[in-house]
Ligand binder design. Structure first.
Ligand code: KG4
Ligand code: ZN
Length: 343
């Protein structure tokens, strides 16, 4: 089954073609990130306008890539090759989501193929299933860490998830972004830049100065707003180099995420630990999870870095494994969709 996926939940406009949920045929991602960098944060109206500007060229380029990849003579051959269209319906910015959903409806009508709505958060998990030669054993604990979410989920099977816990306040990516801004490293989405800065520190001379929120609590919830405030205080002291604070912040975050994930993995006796979401691109987090999981004989699965941040490959993959195609008139955006919400 070949699915054409569309993703427009925030500031990326993406389209992809994926075969049998696991084989990426082609992918196109356009981003309006540079415009939000100028304003020091995302302006939803600007993001939506950029989605409108990008969506048709991105879909068109994706079809062209698909044609070349399959060595089809004409675009008509490509259209015939698609079995379904998939689209992110939430969570995300309403103006951005609407652009992708309306484009997907039109495409599904044009191709006369079913439309599959996809939960963006579930989509992130499927970055683990694409282009993966290793068999992925379930049940698994999934740690979903993005700019808007921090969730621990037990994945029993495709479409069968149990929510274990999540953040009570800020998402981990949001904390990264705010601390990167406080450190003067980046005005917008500074997670990766902060992490790079932390690598410049040879020795964490302030280890333990920042809190490890909720780390010893016997639950699967998180809290990052106190850590952000504590980081602000240390930065304002003006006593420590940026890279030392960056490293201590990253160690605090990773320690909490890894301890709680490992505790969940033990409690539910899972075969695999999976990461998903933009923050799963973090090298330190990937290494620490693997190190601790290896000790327990649990396998670790992380998406390739390229598939950690928003794209349509994992949307098409999630659609294949959770296929709930509906008439296009029944597909609606839901900006506040949670990971457990039914579509
Ligand atoms: O999943 P994503 O692309 O968008 C949402 O769905 O939210 O995640 C974006 C988040 C941002 O907060 C960004 O700073 C963070 O992921 N991020 C990272 C890294 N790469 C991206 N955080 C820490 N380390 C990284 N290497
Ligand atoms: Zn995302």
């Amino acid at each position: 089954m070949i699915i054409f996926g569309i993703e427009t939940s925030c500031d990326e406009t993406a389209a992809a073609v994926v075969e049998s949920g696991t084989r990426e045929i082609c992918s196109v991602v356009a981003s309006s990130k540079e415009f939000h960098e100028k304003t020091g944060g995302i302006v939803p109206e600007v993001a939506a306008r950029k989605q409108v500007e990008f969506i048709t060229p991105v879909i068109s380029e994706c079809f062209e890539k698909y044609r070349k990849e399959k060595k089809f003579d004409t675009l008509e051959d490509c259209y015939r090759g698609i079995d379904a269209v998939a689209v992110t319906v939430g969570p995300g910015l309403i103006g951005s989501l609407v652009v992708g959903v309306e484009a997907a409806k039109a495409l599904s009508l044009f191709l006369n193929k079913p439309l599959i709505p996809v939960n963006h958060l579930v989509g992130h998990i499927y970055g683990n299933f694409v282009n993966n030669t290793q068999e992925l054993l379930l049940p698994a604990i999934v740690l979903l860490v993005s700019g808007g979410h921090t969730d621990l989920v037990l994945m029993k099977d495709h479409g069968n998830f149990e929510y274990l816990g999540g953040t009570l306040d800020d998402a981990v990516g949001e904390a990264y972004d705010k601390v990167a801004r406080l450190l003067g490293l980046s005005k917008y989405l500074g997670g990766a830049i902060l992490s790079k800065k932390a690598l410049e520190c040879d020795e964490n001379t302030i280890k333990g100065r920042l809190p490890r929120p909720m780390v010893d609590q016997d639950n699967f919830d998180f809290s990052f707003s106190g850590l952000k405030t504590a980081s602000k205080r240390i930065i304002e002291l003006n006593q420590y180099p940026q890279e030392v604070i960056a490293r201590e912040f990253e160690e605090a975050v990773v320690e909490v995420l890894v301890k709680k994930t490992i505790r969940a993995a033990r409690k539910f006796n899972v075969k695999t630990i999976m990461l998903g979401g933009g923050v799963s691109a973090n090298i330190h987090l990937r290494e620490e999870v693997k190190k601790e999981a290896d000790k327990l004989g649990i396998s670790t699965q992380v998406p390739p870095i390229r598939l950690c941040t928003d794209n349509a490959v994992y949307i098409a993959s999630a659609a294949y494994f959770n296929n709930k195609s509906v008439g296009y008139e029944n597909v609606e955006v839901n900006p506040s969709l949670g990971i457990m919400d039914k579509l």
